[in-house]
Design a protein around this ligand. Sequence first.
Ligand code: IPD
Length: 276
Amino acid sequence: MEDWSDCLDVAVQIARRAGQVVQSAVKQEKQVSSKSTPTDLVTEADHQVEELIISTLREKYPSHRFIGEESSAAGVKCELTDAPTWIIDPIDGTCNFVHSFPMVAVSIGFAVRKELELGVIYHCFDGTLYTARKGHGAFCNGVRLQVSKEKDVSKALILTEIGAKRDPATLDIFLGNMKKMLSAPTHGVRIIGSSTLALCHIASGAAEAYYQYGLHCWDIAAAAVIIREAGGCVIDTTGGPLDLMSRRVVAAGTREIADYVVKQLQPINYGRDDTD
Ligand code: IPD
């Protein structure tokens, strides 16, 4: 039985290298364009970094498969099979990257037989490295991570992200969901502009719950392993098991808080990663 520890070591090296490329690209002029909506941004750097990550991994693991944000946007089928598959977001927080707002990450997840096995997330501005391998714990710069054990939602800090759709009907549901979270009452709601780093804050216990409609499998894959290995839960917005391709998630330190969040949410339909 493979333990994939070599894959974790390789992913860490590549995430650091990719993160350095992102760091230097932040200081340069950016070529910005949009993808699915005017607020779904992409830059030259997103493409370069994804190419760097995939070509390096492919050379090392020629039989493995790849799902990458920019390859998918370019029309490569986003399909999770039983084969060992790397799931990559080269620059998570592209809008932040465009503005030099310091919440930008490289995210590399890895699944085998559709099970998430490892995750690496590198914070490009401060060099923080989050890592986890299934069954072996989650770490931040080598220090073990532990989620918050808080069960009382009135003492919870909740994180979310907006997603790319900004039509009035979507915004009404988004704001309605946020109003429910604020009026629980919770301690507060935060939006930092990077799904992967927000999810890392759940893993580290800095916040109690995260929910979002409209994120992608490459935003969830690595973070899901990191949160689970830190003792938290990552589930579907209906309360059932996580469906990586469903473009929706609830993550929390405790099942009690996750269940509370699930009960409040009105769904936003973003379709699926594997059918769009
Ligand atoms: C996006 C960011 C954003 C979230 C989106 C993600 P990207 O990733 O994490 O905060 O709202 O759902 O797709 O496009 O910057 O890689």
